[in-house]
Design a protein around this ligand. Structure first.
Ligand SMILES: [Fe+2]
Length: 337
Protein backbone atom coordinates (compact mmCIF):
# COMPACT_ATOMS: atom_id res chain seq x y z
CA UNK A 1 0.00 0.00 0.00
CA UNK A 2 1.21 3.50 -0.79
CA UNK A 3 1.15 6.12 1.90
CA UNK A 4 3.07 8.84 0.07
CA UNK A 5 0.60 11.61 0.90
CA UNK A 6 0.41 10.67 4.57
CA UNK A 7 2.10 12.38 7.48
CA UNK A 8 5.11 10.37 8.70
CA UNK A 9 4.37 7.62 11.19
CA UNK A 10 4.83 8.83 14.76
CA UNK A 11 7.66 7.45 16.88
CA UNK A 12 6.63 4.53 19.02
CA UNK A 13 6.87 5.36 22.70
CA UNK A 14 6.64 9.14 22.19
CA UNK A 15 5.24 11.12 25.08
CA UNK A 16 3.14 14.23 25.29
CA UNK A 17 5.24 17.38 25.18
CA UNK A 18 3.83 20.00 27.49
CA UNK A 19 5.34 23.37 28.41
CA UNK A 20 6.61 23.30 32.00
CA UNK A 21 3.81 24.43 34.29
CA UNK A 22 4.44 26.00 37.73
CA UNK A 23 2.04 26.13 40.66
CA UNK A 24 1.23 29.34 42.63
CA UNK A 25 4.40 28.87 44.75
CA UNK A 26 6.57 28.70 41.63
CA UNK A 27 7.17 24.95 42.06
CA UNK A 28 7.43 22.92 38.86
CA UNK A 29 4.35 20.83 38.21
CA UNK A 30 4.90 17.33 36.87
CA UNK A 31 4.40 17.00 33.13
CA UNK A 32 1.62 14.51 32.37
CA UNK A 33 3.00 11.25 31.04
CA UNK A 34 0.90 9.87 28.19
CA UNK A 35 2.15 6.87 26.26
CA UNK A 36 1.70 6.86 22.49
CA UNK A 37 1.28 3.38 21.09
CA UNK A 38 0.65 2.41 17.51
CA UNK A 39 -0.58 -0.64 15.71
CA UNK A 40 -1.52 -1.82 12.25
CA UNK A 41 -5.15 -2.70 11.65
CA UNK A 42 -6.46 -6.18 10.86
CA UNK A 43 -4.99 -7.87 7.77
CA UNK A 44 -8.36 -7.70 5.94
CA UNK A 45 -8.13 -3.89 6.02
CA UNK A 46 -4.90 -4.04 4.02
CA UNK A 47 -7.01 -5.27 1.08
CA UNK A 48 -9.84 -2.80 1.71
CA UNK A 49 -8.09 0.46 2.54
CA UNK A 50 -5.26 2.58 1.23
CA UNK A 51 -4.63 4.00 4.70
CA UNK A 52 -6.80 5.59 7.36
CA UNK A 53 -5.19 6.78 10.60
CA UNK A 54 -7.48 6.38 13.60
CA UNK A 55 -6.54 7.68 17.06
CA UNK A 56 -8.18 5.88 19.98
CA UNK A 57 -8.65 7.72 23.28
CA UNK A 58 -10.79 6.25 26.03
CA UNK A 59 -12.05 6.81 29.57
CA UNK A 60 -11.19 10.50 29.70
CA UNK A 61 -13.34 10.90 32.86
CA UNK A 62 -13.49 14.69 32.71
CA UNK A 63 -13.91 15.81 36.31
CA UNK A 64 -12.23 16.57 39.62
CA UNK A 65 -9.84 13.59 39.61
CA UNK A 66 -8.25 14.23 36.19
CA UNK A 67 -6.67 17.70 35.78
CA UNK A 68 -7.70 19.73 32.73
CA UNK A 69 -4.02 20.00 31.70
CA UNK A 70 -3.92 16.19 31.39
CA UNK A 71 -6.98 16.31 29.15
CA UNK A 72 -5.45 19.03 27.01
CA UNK A 73 -2.12 17.16 26.82
CA UNK A 74 -4.01 14.10 25.51
CA UNK A 75 -5.76 16.24 22.87
CA UNK A 76 -2.45 17.87 21.91
CA UNK A 77 -0.65 14.52 21.59
CA UNK A 78 -3.54 13.14 19.52
CA UNK A 79 -3.68 16.19 17.24
CA UNK A 80 0.09 15.96 16.66
CA UNK A 81 -0.44 12.52 15.06
CA UNK A 82 -2.75 14.15 12.48
CA UNK A 83 -5.34 11.36 12.61
CA UNK A 84 -8.10 11.20 10.01
CA UNK A 85 -10.50 10.19 12.76
CA UNK A 86 -10.56 10.14 16.58
CA UNK A 87 -12.64 7.48 18.32
CA UNK A 88 -13.51 7.46 22.01
CA UNK A 89 -14.93 4.45 23.81
CA UNK A 90 -16.89 5.74 26.77
CA UNK A 91 -16.61 7.11 30.30
CA UNK A 92 -16.51 10.77 29.37
CA UNK A 93 -17.42 11.85 32.90
CA UNK A 94 -17.11 10.51 36.45
CA UNK A 95 -20.10 10.58 38.81
CA UNK A 96 -21.90 13.88 38.23
CA UNK A 97 -22.93 16.47 35.68
CA UNK A 98 -20.76 19.17 37.26
CA UNK A 99 -18.11 19.04 34.53
CA UNK A 100 -20.23 18.89 31.35
CA UNK A 101 -19.06 22.35 30.22
CA UNK A 102 -15.47 21.20 30.69
CA UNK A 103 -16.30 18.06 28.70
CA UNK A 104 -17.44 20.24 25.77
CA UNK A 105 -14.19 22.23 26.06
CA UNK A 106 -12.06 19.06 26.10
CA UNK A 107 -13.83 17.39 23.18
CA UNK A 108 -13.62 20.60 21.17
CA UNK A 109 -9.82 20.57 21.59
CA UNK A 110 -9.51 17.57 19.24
CA UNK A 111 -8.96 18.62 15.62
CA UNK A 112 -10.16 15.52 13.72
CA UNK A 113 -13.78 14.34 13.36
CA UNK A 114 -14.78 12.20 16.34
CA UNK A 115 -17.00 9.12 16.68
CA UNK A 116 -17.84 7.75 20.13
CA UNK A 117 -19.81 5.32 22.27
CA UNK A 118 -20.92 5.71 25.89
CA UNK A 119 -19.62 3.90 29.00
CA UNK A 120 -21.05 2.97 32.39
CA UNK A 121 -20.01 6.24 34.07
CA UNK A 122 -21.92 8.19 31.40
CA UNK A 123 -25.07 6.24 32.28
CA UNK A 124 -24.44 6.65 36.02
CA UNK A 125 -24.03 10.43 35.59
CA UNK A 126 -26.92 10.93 33.15
CA UNK A 127 -26.60 9.62 29.59
CA UNK A 128 -28.98 12.18 28.07
CA UNK A 129 -27.01 15.07 29.53
CA UNK A 130 -23.71 13.59 28.32
CA UNK A 131 -25.27 13.10 24.85
CA UNK A 132 -26.28 16.79 24.80
CA UNK A 133 -22.73 17.86 25.72
CA UNK A 134 -21.34 15.73 22.91
CA UNK A 135 -23.76 17.19 20.42
CA UNK A 136 -22.67 20.66 21.55
CA UNK A 137 -19.04 19.67 20.86
CA UNK A 138 -19.96 18.38 17.39
CA UNK A 139 -19.13 14.78 18.27
CA UNK A 140 -20.94 11.82 16.68
CA UNK A 141 -22.28 9.27 19.16
CA UNK A 142 -23.31 5.76 18.15
CA UNK A 143 -25.94 4.11 20.35
CA UNK A 144 -26.12 0.57 18.90
CA UNK A 145 -25.72 1.99 15.42
CA UNK A 146 -23.17 2.34 12.66
CA UNK A 147 -22.03 5.07 10.35
CA UNK A 148 -19.77 5.37 7.33
CA UNK A 149 -16.74 7.63 7.71
CA UNK A 150 -15.18 8.50 4.36
CA UNK A 151 -11.73 9.98 3.87
CA UNK A 152 -9.80 10.23 0.56
CA UNK A 153 -12.63 8.25 -1.08
CA UNK A 154 -12.19 5.36 1.36
CA UNK A 155 -15.31 4.33 3.23
CA UNK A 156 -14.85 2.93 6.75
CA UNK A 157 -17.91 1.53 8.51
CA UNK A 158 -17.79 2.33 12.23
CA UNK A 159 -20.04 0.18 14.41
CA UNK A 160 -20.80 1.59 17.87
CA UNK A 161 -22.13 -0.69 20.59
CA UNK A 162 -23.85 1.02 23.48
CA UNK A 163 -22.60 0.30 27.03
CA UNK A 164 -22.81 -3.40 27.90
CA UNK A 165 -21.89 -2.93 31.58
CA UNK A 166 -25.19 -1.19 32.32
CA UNK A 167 -27.14 -3.47 29.96
CA UNK A 168 -27.59 -1.12 27.00
CA UNK A 169 -25.74 -3.07 24.30
CA UNK A 170 -27.63 -4.54 21.33
CA UNK A 171 -25.33 -6.21 18.85
CA UNK A 172 -28.17 -6.95 16.41
CA UNK A 173 -29.13 -3.28 16.19
CA UNK A 174 -25.53 -2.11 16.03
CA UNK A 175 -24.61 -4.16 12.94
CA UNK A 176 -27.98 -4.18 11.16
CA UNK A 177 -27.38 -3.40 7.48
CA UNK A 178 -23.57 -3.20 7.46
CA UNK A 179 -21.90 -4.14 4.19
CA UNK A 180 -19.69 -7.20 4.90
CA UNK A 181 -17.40 -6.32 1.98
CA UNK A 182 -16.50 -2.89 3.33
CA UNK A 183 -13.78 -2.12 5.88
CA UNK A 184 -15.33 -2.07 9.37
CA UNK A 185 -14.17 -0.96 12.82
CA UNK A 186 -16.06 -1.61 16.07
CA UNK A 187 -16.33 0.50 19.23
CA UNK A 188 -17.50 -0.89 22.57
CA UNK A 189 -16.76 0.34 26.10
CA UNK A 190 -16.68 -3.27 27.28
CA UNK A 191 -14.11 -5.38 25.43
CA UNK A 192 -15.79 -8.71 26.16
CA UNK A 193 -18.47 -7.73 23.61
CA UNK A 194 -15.87 -8.02 20.84
CA UNK A 195 -16.23 -11.78 20.34
CA UNK A 196 -19.86 -11.34 19.33
CA UNK A 197 -18.97 -8.50 16.95
CA UNK A 198 -16.23 -10.56 15.25
CA UNK A 199 -18.92 -13.10 14.34
CA UNK A 200 -20.88 -10.25 12.71
CA UNK A 201 -18.00 -9.23 10.43
CA UNK A 202 -16.24 -6.64 12.61
CA UNK A 203 -12.54 -7.63 12.52
CA UNK A 204 -11.23 -5.11 15.09
CA UNK A 205 -12.99 -3.65 18.12
CA UNK A 206 -11.59 -0.78 20.24
CA UNK A 207 -12.54 -0.69 23.92
CA UNK A 208 -11.83 0.81 27.32
CA UNK A 209 -13.28 0.46 30.83
CA UNK A 210 -10.39 -1.34 32.58
CA UNK A 211 -7.91 1.60 32.65
CA UNK A 212 -5.40 -1.28 32.27
CA UNK A 213 -5.81 -1.77 35.99
CA UNK A 214 -3.98 1.57 36.57
CA UNK A 215 -1.44 -0.24 38.79
CA UNK A 216 0.43 -2.79 36.70
CA UNK A 217 3.51 -3.31 38.89
CA UNK A 218 4.10 -6.97 39.74
CA UNK A 219 1.25 -7.79 37.28
CA UNK A 220 -1.25 -6.50 39.84
CA UNK A 221 -3.63 -5.62 36.99
CA UNK A 222 -3.95 -9.28 36.05
CA UNK A 223 -5.17 -9.97 39.58
CA UNK A 224 -7.45 -6.91 39.96
CA UNK A 225 -8.95 -6.67 36.46
CA UNK A 226 -8.50 -10.30 35.39
CA UNK A 227 -9.07 -12.62 38.34
CA UNK A 228 -11.16 -10.39 40.64
CA UNK A 229 -13.21 -8.42 38.08
CA UNK A 230 -13.36 -11.36 35.64
CA UNK A 231 -12.19 -9.56 32.48
CA UNK A 232 -10.86 -11.62 29.57
CA UNK A 233 -9.23 -8.53 28.09
CA UNK A 234 -7.22 -6.26 30.39
CA UNK A 235 -4.95 -4.03 28.31
CA UNK A 236 -3.68 -4.02 24.73
CA UNK A 237 -4.31 -6.17 21.67
CA UNK A 238 -6.01 -9.56 22.04
CA UNK A 239 -7.33 -12.16 19.62
CA UNK A 240 -6.00 -12.16 16.08
CA UNK A 241 -5.80 -9.51 13.39
CA UNK A 242 -4.68 -12.14 10.87
CA UNK A 243 -7.41 -13.59 8.65
CA UNK A 244 -5.83 -17.05 8.57
CA UNK A 245 -5.65 -17.40 12.37
CA UNK A 246 -8.09 -18.07 15.19
CA UNK A 247 -9.95 -16.33 16.71
CA UNK A 248 -11.39 -14.46 13.73
CA UNK A 249 -11.06 -11.02 15.20
CA UNK A 250 -9.12 -8.73 17.53
CA UNK A 251 -9.89 -6.32 20.33
CA UNK A 252 -7.77 -3.48 21.70
CA UNK A 253 -8.29 -2.29 25.28
CA UNK A 254 -6.93 1.23 25.77
CA UNK A 255 -5.46 2.22 29.15
CA UNK A 256 -7.44 5.46 29.02
CA UNK A 257 -6.63 9.01 30.07
CA UNK A 258 -8.54 9.73 33.25
CA UNK A 259 -9.83 8.12 36.41
CA UNK A 260 -13.11 8.36 38.28
CA UNK A 261 -11.90 7.69 41.83
CA UNK A 262 -8.12 7.31 42.31
CA UNK A 263 -5.75 9.00 39.85
CA UNK A 264 -2.87 6.65 40.71
CA UNK A 265 -1.19 4.98 37.70
CA UNK A 266 1.88 2.86 38.36
CA UNK A 267 3.73 0.61 35.92
CA UNK A 268 4.26 1.14 32.19
CA UNK A 269 1.16 -0.73 31.02
CA UNK A 270 -0.99 1.31 33.43
CA UNK A 271 0.07 4.73 32.15
CA UNK A 272 -2.35 7.07 30.38
CA UNK A 273 -2.44 6.22 26.71
CA UNK A 274 -3.29 7.44 23.21
CA UNK A 275 -3.24 4.68 20.58
CA UNK A 276 -2.88 5.19 16.84
CA UNK A 277 -4.17 2.54 14.43
CA UNK A 278 -2.88 2.60 10.87
CA UNK A 279 -5.78 0.84 9.17
CA UNK A 280 -4.73 -0.50 5.76
CA UNK A 281 -1.14 -1.21 6.84
CA UNK A 282 0.07 -4.79 6.84
CA UNK A 283 0.90 -6.20 10.27
CA UNK A 284 4.67 -6.08 10.47
CA UNK A 285 4.90 -2.69 8.69
CA UNK A 286 4.84 -0.98 12.06
CA UNK A 287 7.02 -1.29 15.14
CA UNK A 288 4.25 -2.24 17.57
CA UNK A 289 4.33 -2.15 21.36
CA UNK A 290 3.29 -5.81 21.56
CA UNK A 291 1.82 -8.57 19.38
CA UNK A 292 -1.70 -10.01 19.61
CA UNK A 293 -2.13 -11.52 23.10
CA UNK A 294 -4.25 -14.53 24.11
CA UNK A 295 -7.33 -13.79 26.22
CA UNK A 296 -7.37 -14.33 29.99
CA UNK A 297 -9.83 -16.95 31.29
CA UNK A 298 -12.30 -14.29 32.51
CA UNK A 299 -15.66 -14.89 34.14
CA UNK A 300 -19.07 -13.91 32.78
CA UNK A 301 -21.12 -11.72 35.15
CA UNK A 302 -24.05 -13.54 36.79
CA UNK A 303 -27.60 -12.61 35.82
CA UNK A 304 -28.18 -11.00 39.24
CA UNK A 305 -25.02 -8.89 38.81
CA UNK A 306 -26.21 -7.75 35.38
CA UNK A 307 -29.62 -6.88 36.78
CA UNK A 308 -28.10 -4.93 39.68
CA UNK A 309 -25.94 -2.92 37.27
CA UNK A 310 -28.98 -2.06 35.17
CA UNK A 311 -31.03 -1.04 38.23
CA UNK A 312 -28.15 1.12 39.53
CA UNK A 313 -28.58 3.48 36.55
CA UNK A 314 -32.24 4.14 37.48
CA UNK A 315 -31.46 4.50 41.18
CA UNK A 316 -28.75 7.05 40.47
CA UNK A 317 -31.13 9.01 38.22
CA UNK A 318 -33.81 9.03 40.93
CA UNK A 319 -31.23 10.24 43.46
CA UNK A 320 -30.20 13.07 41.09
CA UNK A 321 -33.85 14.08 40.64
CA UNK A 322 -34.40 14.07 44.45
CA UNK A 323 -31.32 16.26 44.96
CA UNK A 324 -32.40 18.67 42.21
CA UNK A 325 -35.88 18.95 43.75
CA UNK A 326 -34.32 19.65 47.16
CA UNK A 327 -32.16 22.43 45.68
CA UNK A 328 -35.25 23.92 43.95
CA UNK A 329 -37.26 23.82 47.22
CA UNK A 330 -34.45 25.55 49.10
CA UNK A 331 -34.18 28.25 46.42
CA UNK A 332 -37.97 28.79 46.48
CA UNK A 333 -37.93 29.10 50.28
CA UNK A 334 -35.07 31.62 50.13
CA UNK A 335 -37.01 33.70 47.58
CA UNK A 336 -40.15 33.66 49.75
CA UNK A 337 -38.20 34.61 52.97
FE1 LIG B 1 -13.56 4.28 33.08
Amino acid sequence: MAFADRTPLPDSGARSQQPQVRDKNGKKKKEPIIELRRFAGPSVHARQLDGIRVAHVTDIHVGRVTPLRVQMAAAELTNAQKPDLVVMTGDFVCHSQAYLDQLVEVLSAYDAPMITVLGNHDYWSGADEVRRAMKKAGVELLDNAWTTFTVRNQPLQVVGLDDAYTGHASRQDAVKGIDPKRATLGLSHIAEEADGLWAKGVPLVLSGHTHAGQVTLARLHELSVGKLAGHRYIHGMYGSRREDQEPKGAVYVGAGIGAAVIPLRLGKRGRREVTVFELGHEIGDIDEHHDDQPAHPGRKPRLRTKLNRHVAVHEKRKKRERMAAKVRRKADKKRRD
